[in-house]
Design a protein around this ligand. Structure first.
Ligand code: T1G
Length: 678
């Protein structure tokens, strides 16, 4: 069965693609499109053409699995030139997500009609690329540079309504009558001169505002820091202002091929498939029944409990949140309300959505109110004794068949499960702070956690907009376990004479949002501190004893001004030097390379151990954890992909050079010439 077929409706030929799951523009689809266009152009009885897709979406882009392989079949750009050159009106009928090459197909059509729920976008930049089939040349000519820049450079899709407003779509048609409405629309264009996007002149808006590119760079500098593709996108759009359309297409090609051959795009394409692989659970019976989650309970209304509750409220799932005391309860629900108010003020949600979410929240001081919950998530103080007490209590109250989850970030989920009579219904759901914002969810699979519970939680994670990764039971699971050796090396480096601000700067330059000492100041150096200034055994305790709690105190590792700009502190330098002297630690200077390698190589080694112990299902899951939970720069693909890019032998040689431990599994991989990515 060809993935592209045609249907004749009197004088309108409809070209229909059907290439599940997302009508990716693979070689067969491109061949079918070209054949369809040639059929239309070759048949005089055909006066107009409609291009549409069966299945859940219009073309969602080029087939990413073809990238990096020798090109097969017609080039998309050439196919689209043939399509656009037609004198017979060609209409794109859009539903679902017309993305990347799919949006470029639509742009090469003379008209675009879309259902109200459709989205259109050029997300190539999220793959470290730019549009490669003239999207950067046709789009600005149709919608202007001001509208095209964010679409090309940031890659976020726009709604059909917005597309109509900016002239990208010509008409919004019925949600359930796309095929017929598109034929009707196409027939109505017969005999009129066809508008070709490549002949558009809307990009002239940039001539009236020549600063538009610099303004865009300045306004987005922070979010685009370190990525190569955005600047290439700006250059490509800018090419619409000089030379001919063909010159612009040539420039786009140069920029596109430069990125396609680069490490950033390889890393970001790796991440695209890694994120999708992460939701695949190994060794489960996929036919296991899912548990319906209609009501959720949260124990603890602190920072984590409140954030966790918001995920479900925002997804329309009622939440009962339980605290021990009224003061803590109203403080927690007050924070949830303020967070929603802020989102509403910033236009991220409507007043109605705000009220409806708050309307689903039931504060309580009584565990009994959790009896009919389908899922209860515990977010209390990180103590095994307290957690076991809570789970013992929940076991006696919550209905059988409900899931009992712990938000522990370190502790043994099996030991917690053993405090109940239903360990198969116990799982770890480790959210990251702020829990209503951070996308990562470590799903900790206990020794007895059932397939139903795992599959249910994986599906639920998608419902609440999280990227879930399965982790085995071990101290710190995947993320925190790998963070420990990095923190240890950061401490060791400053004891040996490295400047703590250089350690932070090395990670900033690598692409992390901040370094370990900045992170300490943001989180608060007094978190978990025993509050006895006379007892000073670590540098952190010395900072706390000196009142250097962090940003909230205006001083921590760094001194902070009103605008929270940081400056290395002489008092902290003295505290570190004093500790090093007391430890008799010889001092020396460090290169940035040594600092980077000593911070990151031990993480890779720990990742290898996690894999060898089966505490992570696959190396790419570790990349997903670090990119979504710890700010590892996406354009390097995550710690394991990055190590593969460097060469595992280089990592091992570095660890040996610094006298740091190397796991046997890593040495074995190097000896066998293997990589983490298999
Ligand atoms: N190519 C190949 N496979 C794809 C694919 C694509 N473009 N998009 C999705 N898949 C697979 C995906 O791996 C998964 O497989 C399944 O489809 C369902 O996807 C020339 C150069 C469309 C919004 O970047 O954003 O065009 O895991 O789980 O959550 O200028 O997929 O089931 O085996 O994500 O409903 C530009 C990428 C390409 C869009 C649907 N296009 N896709 O989300 O399902 S570059 C994109 C998405 C390009 C041109 C350039 C999303 C989606 P499996 P899913 P979803």
């Amino acid at each position: 069965m060809s993935v592209v077929t045609t249907q004749k409706h009197d004088d309108v030929l409809v070209i229909i693609a059907n290439n599940p799951p997302v009508n990716a523009l693979g070689a067969a689809v491109r061949q079918g499109l070209v054949a369809g266009i040639e059929q239309a152009l070759g048949d005089d009885s055909v006066k107009a053409v409609v291009i549409r897709c069966d299945g859940r979406t219009f073309f969602a882009g080029a087939d990413i699995t073809e990238f990096g392989k020798p090109p097969v079949g017609p080039n998309l750009g050439e196919a689209l030139d043939k399509l656009e050159a037609s004198d017979k009106p060609v209409v794109a009928a859009i539903h679902g997500t017309a993305l990347g090459g799919g949006c470029e197909v639509a742009l090469a059509c003379h008209y675009r009609v879309a259902v109200p729920s459709a989205k259109m976008g050029l997300p190539e930049v999220k793959l470290g690329l730019i549009p490669g089939a003239a999207g950067t040349q046709r789009l600005p000519r149709v919608v202007g540079v001001a509208n095209a820049l964010p679409m090309v450079v940031k890659g976020d899709p726009i709604s059909a309504k917005k597309a109509l407003e900016i002239g990208l779509v010509d008409k919004i048609v019925g949600e359930d009558s796309l095929a017929a409405d598109a034929i009707g629309f196409a027939r109505a264009q017969i005999g009129k001169p066809v508008p070709r996007s490549s002949e558009g002149t809307k990009q002239q808006d940039a001539v009236r505002d020549p600063a538009i590119f610099d303004t865009f760079r300045r306004d987005n500098a922070r979010s685009l820091r370190g990525f190569e593709a955005p600047e290439a996108g700006i250059q490509a759009v800018k090419a619409t202002l000089s030379g001919t359309y063909a010159d612009g297409v040539k420039r786009e090609r140069e920029l596109f091929m430069g990125l396609m051959g680069g490490t950033q795009s390889a890393a970001m394409r790796h991440y695209f498939f890694a994120e999708r692989a992460a939701n695949k659970i190994d060794n489960v019976d996929h036919a296991a029944p899912l548990i319906p989650i209609r009501k959720v309970g949260v124990i603890g209304a602190g920072t984590m409990g409140g954030g966790i509750a918001m995920n479900f409220l925002s997804a329309g799932i009622p939440v009962t949140i339980v605290e021990m005391e009224e003061a803590a309860l109203s403080r927690g629900t007050g924070t949830i309300r303020r967070n929603y108010e802020t989102s509403a003020k910033r236009g991220r949600m409507s007043e109605a959505q705000f009220e409806s979410a708050m309307g689903l929240l039931t504060p309580s001081l009584d565990y009994a109110d959790l009896a009919d919950c389908d899922l209860v998530i515990e977010a209390v103080f990180e103590s095994m004794q307290i957690k076991k007490e809570v789970f013992g209590k929940l076991d006696g109250i919550v209905k059988q068949g409900a899931i009992l989850a712990s938000n522990t970030s370190y502790l043994d989920v099996n030991e917690i499960a053993a405090a109940t009579g239903r360990p198969e219904f116990v799982v770890g759901l480790h959210f990251f702070s702020p829990a209503n914002v951070m996308k990562l969810l470590e799903m900790v699979r206990g020794a007895k956690t059932s397939d139903s519970v795992l599959l249910t939680c994986m599906k639920l994670a998608k419902t609440i907009g999280k990227v879930a990764v399965v982790a085995g039971v071990c101290p710190g699971f995947i993320g925190n376990r790998m963070l420990t050796p990095r923190q240890q090396q950061a401490q060791a480096l400053i004891m040996e004479g490295a400047n703590y601000w250089d350690v932070d700067d090395v990670l900033l330059e690598f692409g992390f949002p901040m370094g370990p000492f900045q992170m300490g100041d943001l989180a608060g150096n007094d978190v978990g501190w025993h509050r006895d200034p006379s007892r000073v055994e670590t540098i952190r305790e010395a900072l706390c004893a000196a009142g250097r709690f962090g940003q909230k105190a205006g001083k921590g590792w760094y001194d902070y001004d009103e605008a929270r700009n940081r400056t290395p502190s002489d008092e902290t330098k003295a505290i570190v030097a004093d500790f090093a002297a007391k430890a008799g630690q010889a001092q020396r200077s460090f290169t940035k390379a040594e600092i980077r390698e000593r911070l990151l190589y031990p993480m890779v080694n720990e990742g290898a151990k996690i894999l060898a112990e089966g505490k992570a299902q696959r190396a790419s899951d570790i990349d997903v954890v670090w990119i979504n939970g710890y700010g590892w720069p996406l354009y390097t693909g995550g710690p394991m992909f990055w190590a593969d890019t460097l060469g595992l032998e280089t990592v091992v040689a570095g660890l040996d050079r610094y006298g740091l431990p190397v796991d046997d599994s890593l040495r074995t991989k190097v000896a066998a010439g293997e990589r983490f990515a298999g």
